[in-house]
Design a protein around this ligand. Structure first.
Ligand SMILES: [Zn+2]
Length: 193
């Protein structure tokens, strides 16, 4: 850190250099004299109480609407958070059960297959068998819950292409599912081998 500061100083004009050095000196002094700084600040507030109050009033008047809006937003946020926490507390078991259903091989999963990809669990099983039980690209095996292979479908036709692990699915997605880009990426990789 210190080295970096020094390097930066070299490229500055002498004036700027001095300014930065003084600022750093002042910072160190304040750090060593925290009590003195605190006492001074307290004394200043005391001596200028009326002036500071007046300034605060003026600031409030000048920015009233903005400040009120901020306060309202904070209060709304707080209320919403409190409501959500209370809802979760009251319904903890029910919500956990929903979550378990959603992630396990049960009705939730089969319904999701049908709703999102219009295939049955049997069709998925068949697909998995045809792929040798693993991801169509890297062969990672199908697992449970979050480790389950994704159903990959063509965004244009909606047709199911196959089952992919999350990493491979995101990988082709990053290249916009575009065969031209994927081929170019392949050529690019090969060029340095
Ligand atoms: Zn994969």
């Amino acid at each position: 850190m210190k080295q970096k500061d020094e390097m930066e100083l070299l490229s500055l004009t002498e004036l700027e250099e001095n300014r930065l050095l003084n600022r750093e000196k002042a910072r160190r002094w304040r750090e060593r004299n925290k009590d003195k700084v605190k006492e001074k600040s307290r004394a200043y507030t005391e001596a200028n109480r009326e002036k500071l109050r007046q300034k605060a009033r003026e600031y409030y008047q000048a920015n009233k609407e903005e400040l009120k809006a901020k306060q309202r937003a904070r209060s709304e946020d707080g209320k919403r958070r409190a409501y959500n926490q209370e809802y979760y507390r009251k319904n903890r078991e029910k919500l956990r059960e929903y979550s378990r259903d959603y992630h396990r091989d049960g009705n939730g999963f089969e319904q999701r297959l049908l709703r999102e990809f219009e295939i049955t669990k049997a069709q998925r099983d068949q697909l998995l068998k045809e792929q040798g039980g693993g991801c169509a690209i890297c062969d990672r095996k199908d697992g449970e819950g979050f480790n389950r292979l994704n159903v990959d479908h063509c965004r244009q036709t909606g047709k199911v292409r196959g089952l992919l692990c999350g990493t491979c699915n995101r990988g082709i997605g990053s290249l916009r599912d575009d065969p031209v880009l994927l081929r170019k990426a392949l050529e690019y990789l090969k060029s340095s081998l």
